[in-house]
Each structure stands twice: as structure tokens, then as C-alpha cells.
Design a protein around this ligand. Sequence first.
Ligand code: PLP
Length: 370
Amino acid sequence: MAVPLLDLKAQHATIRDDVVAAVMDIVDQQAFILGDPVGQLECSVAGLSQVKYAVGCANGTDALLLALRALDVGHGDEVVTTPFTFFATAGAIHNVGARPVFGDIDPRTFNIAPDTVRASISDRTKAVIAVDLFGQMAPIEEVIAAAQGRPVIEDAAQSIGASRLVNGATVMAGQAAAIGTFSFFPSKNLGGYGDGGMMVTQDESLFEALMKLRTHGSRRTYFHEIVGYNSRLDALQAAVLRAKLPHLAAWSEARRRNAAYYDAAFADLTDVVTPYIDPANTSIYNQYTLRVPERDALQAHLKAHEIGSSVYYPLPLHLQPCFAYLGYEEGQCPESERAAREVLSLPVFPELTTAQRDDVIAAVRTFFGH
Ligand SMILES: *Cc1c(COP(=O)(O)O)cnc(C)c1O
């Protein structure tokens, strides 16, 4: 049986009536710009993230861009971040006119290593962006300490609803940073039916700045205090996301069950490193990512058995052609480079059936001669 990496149709089938009703309600009202569904979703996501304020925006990339602008990051500034992430994290830094400076990752979690943040700080460092990769939070309290008073943005595009125990208290993804950012791209754990994003903060003045930035720098129509963007969260997307949000916890639980099932099934494979979750973290497994020395051969084998898999990410950001001007060379972020050669993500979506899971496992095991 063919197993896709992600099956959005399977999820849609379970919620179709609710989503269609919510969308048609907006269509009947012809109320497409901001309005109730956006405000209500902002309220719910703020609650989930244990923060005071949430601001919807057009996508997760804009969420980073607006967060950087709200923190006054621009020309001449440096922003320290991880090279092992989706492109948008560093693209946003470049697009506000600042310079990305890359640390390196902890090879176990794939998240940024706080000591490399500390080592990358200079007089020009204006902010740090930590990424909660593959569904588990970066050690956010350690990144904040390493930033030495500079604001930290938490790119939680892959980790909405993930949490971390810090000094006995549960900290939600996005909560501890100056600004946390989310993406509602369809393949994220809370995905819209198109693009969408959100920013969360505890700080009222940052909230005001973000609200302004998403509507051309104006809070009063046609009066512009700063130059902002047109980056609103679409009301239709907010309606879809509101219908999906009540299911998020159960979907994350199903992903954790699938992950535990794989962990047990691969435990005896000496060439396979299963995902390491920091004991302080509860992951939402946006990806279930193995490390395998013969990664490309395994991926070809899975493809031949019609098992979906993907490499997130094949080229770390410090080696991307567009960042050649930064002057990085191979060998400067060794753990990210090694991860890029060894990682392979397997299907872990919540609707995965037992039969599908067993097919994935059988295909992986036959590759290693079991
Ligand atoms: C998906 C993603 C983004 C960008 O989100 P979009 O909504 O696609 O713009 C940013 N950072 C990370 C880590 C992501 O996974």
C-alpha cells in the first residue's frame, strides 16, 4: 500500500462539515477582511500559548518579518539564528536589511545550541531567532540567557502547542520569547486551507507595533505612523483554523503515538537514530526525523516501496547560494552540515492507520536486512 508523507485529504474528511459551514458563513456575510473569526482565533491562540496578545498575519514568513520590524531590526544589525531550518527564518532577517549570523545545532535535537548563540553575539547583534524545529521547542530559557538581554524571537512555525518544562513550570511554544511566530501553512500541525500566520507576545507595546505593521503602519485608517505591510490573516483562513483548533491536541497526541510506535519498531536497528526529545519537552512531531548514514539509499528504497519521505533540510542556510555574500564556507557549521546529509522524515500524520504504519516500518526494516 502506498503511504504518503502527509495525507491532508484524510484529515479534511474528518472535519469537512464543520469547516464547510464555517467557510460558508463568511461567504454569506461577505466579511472577508479581519473581523470576528480573526479576533476569535487570535484569542484562542493567545490562550493556548499562555500569552496576553496574538496578532494574525498573512503567513509564517511575514510573522518573522513583522516581528523583526517590531523589534526595530534593520540595516546594520545582525541577527543570530540557526542554519538548520526552513529558509524563511534567515530570509526574513535579510529582507529587513539585517545580516544573518549562524550558530550551529545540538546534534540530538536539531535545535540551536545555546553556546553557539553566545559565541555568535557581537556589538551589532540586535536580536536572536530560535526555531522550534520538527515540533519540539528549542531550549528557549538557555537561548534567552545566551542572548544577554537582546530580544529573542521564537520561530514556532512547526511547534504550535508544544511545551517545555522550565523550573517546574510549563512554558508553551512562543510564550517565553519577546515574540513567538506561527505558520498556518497547510502542512503545519494546525494548517489552514491556504496561507496564514500569527505572532504572540506578552508585551503591550510590541502588540501595538505588530497590529500597526500588518495594516500599512496605521491604526487609524488613512493615517500612517510608520511604513508597514498588507499582511492580514484572511478571514476565510481564520474560520477554517477556528474549526480545526479544537482538534489540535488530539492530533498532536496521535502524532506522539505514531512516533512511539516507530521508536519501538526501530530500536534494534543500529544504523538508525530515532528522534531525540529533550526530557523537558513535549513534542508535537511536525516531523518524525531519523538520522541514517545511508540516507539517500534508504530514501530510494522507500520510494521504490511507495513510502513517502522527505529531507528537511538538504542544504543548511549558511551554504545557500543567496547567502554567499555572507562568506560562510563548508565546515563552519559542522553539525548542521552533518544533519543535512543524514536526516530523513517519515509519515507521522495523525490519520496514519496501523496498516500504513506497519508498511513504513517493514520498508525501513527490509532496507537494513531485517
Ligand atoms: C513553515 C515555516 C516558516 C514559514 O511559514 P510560511 O507560512 O510558509 O510563510 C517559517 N519558519 C519555519 C521554521 C517553518 O517551518
